[in-house]
Ligand binder design. Structure first.
Ligand code: ATP
Ligand code: MG
Length: 422
């Protein structure tokens, strides 16, 4: 028995048949981001551990128990990025991108969190991430949220529902934090170990608890909206009005606090009821203190990230049709001379038709077996190069998906034909 090396738990291969759905999501996102004037940035997967401790927060689940942290060969503590925002802000500061300038940025790539793997929750997963740095809002808050709504529309997704909330400023939240601490301390005996841990360090996070036994207690907790400062209220109203103006439906969820410490004011989450417990497909918010926390000037900022795996699963769950990435033409050639000519012809076709997908049979064997593979590939046309075709300097074209007669064409005729029926 062969003993294959197993993959690391919670880290998945994305196989070619799933790739087309991934490509649909990635292409649609890129088009939306560019339509709104966001520019791509690429950042390292590995950062100094300190970056995440200082930004995401020492009391969060991510920093406390989910990071892939290790010492590199020089003994420096490094961490595989669990999210992109901190890295983007770090990159902006390292490269002077925020010097008297605003930035609208996006990036994508794998993130790493040592969580309990299950459907929709992996240890390596992928995010598409947008960040706007240097804007006070509320237009930018609304713009970012609208972009996500437009992405669902473009993908044909119906189920995501938008929940929004305002966390207020750091100052107003501190008052709320005290009220919450008082409330939950009064019910100390009913709290579970996790919530007890959060009680002293970050009582807001108790609201995030998924323990059903705490549901009533949490439902009756003081309401964040009653503690909002005036400026945050005006800001939040502004965001909602803009969303209303362009028809983006939303509900206010005053229990939405998000798991990372750096958020302030607007936070939001797109949730679906089609993915079981892993209901959040996209989430984000404003982080007005993060840039200064990481050593920059006081700079307002906001961003969101979507989980590509969850969006891909949602596309499947909603049963949306996805175009298969099958070849337009599959080239078969019998005999050594024909194979050599066929190789060049396939190259010429790709050069003349940049949008066409041309596959070359690289296996050889009889034309019959090559044509069987042409059929299995899902190609629309089989191109056949045998001795007759070589002698006539033509190519036979056989339709594989419809009942039309086989024809022999010159290369130019074939190019025109492919151009006229893409
Ligand atoms: P959750 O509440 O599901 O743990 P989160 O609040 O930790 O999500 P964020 O840190 O805001 O998530 O990340 C943004 C998005 O990334 C989420 O909305 C989700 O779609 C996706 N995501 C987060 N963690 C994972 C994971 N372990 N596996 C797959 N996708 C994930
Ligand atoms: Mg999480």
């Amino acid at each position: 028995m062969v003993d294959y090396i197993q993959p690391v738990r919670g880290m998945n291969d994305v196989l070619p048949d799933a790739r087309s759905v991934w490509a649909v999501v990635e292409t649609a996102a890129e088009e939306v981001f560019e339509a709104y004037g966001y520019q791509r940035i690429r950042i390292p997967a590995l950062e100094r551990t300190e970056l995440f401790c200082r930004s995401i927060g020492e009391t969060t689940d991510i920093v406390r128990k989910e990071m892939y942290t290790f010492e590199d060969r020089n003994g420096s503590s490094v961490t595989l990025r669990p999210e992109a925002t901190a890295g983007i802000v770090r990159a902006g500061l390292s490269n002077g991108l925020f010097h008297n300038k605003q930035q609208k940025l996006w990036c994508s790539g794998p993130m790493f969190r040592h969580e309990k793997p299950q459907k929709g929750r992996y240890r390596q997963f992928h995010q598409l991430d947008v960040e706007a740095v240097g804007f006070v809002g509320p237009e930018i808050d609304a713009e970012l949220i609208v972009m996500s709504a437009r992405l669902w529309e473009r993908l044909g997704l119906q189920s995501p529902k938008l929940e929004i909330n305002s966390l207020g400023t750091t100052k107003s939240r501190a008052v709320y934090r005290e009220a919450l601490q008082r409330y939950f301390t009064g019910a100390r005996d009913t709290l579970d170990a996790e919530s007890l841990h959060r009680l002293d360090r970050n009582p807001l996070r108790i609201l995030d608890s998924k323990n059903p036994d705490l549901e009533d207690l949490i439902a009756n907790a003081p309401d964040l909206s009653e503690y909002l400062d005036e400026e945050s209220k005006v800001h939040f109203d502004g965001v909602q009005k803009l969303l209303d103006d362009v028809g983006v439906e939303h509900v206010i969820n005053t229990r939405l606090v998000r798991g990372l410490d750096y958020y302030s004011r607007t936070v939001f989450e797109w949730v679906t009821d089609l993915l079981g417990a892993q209901s959040a497909v996209c989430s984000g918010g404003r982080y007005d203190t993060l840039v200064s926390q990481l050593g920059g000037k006081d700079t307002p900022a906001i961003g969101w990230a979507l989980g590509v795996e969850r969006v891909v699963e949602l596309i499947m769950a909603e049963g949306l049709p996805i175009n298969e990435q099958t070849p337009d033409a599959y080239l078969t050639a019998g005999g050594e001379q024909a194979r050599r000519a066929g190789f060049s012809i396939a190259e010429e076709l790709r050069a003349k038709l940049p949008n066409a997908r041309v596959s070359m049979d690289c296996m050889g064997g009889s034309l019959k077996s090559q044509l069987r593979r042409a059929d299995r590939s899902g190609a629309r046309l089989a191109l056949i190069l045998g001795e007759d075709e070589l002698a006539a300097e033509k190519i036979s074209v056989k339709a594989l998906r419809e009942d039309t007669p086989q024809v022999m064409l010159t290369l130019d005729e074939l190019v025109s034909m492919l151009l006229s029926s893409p």
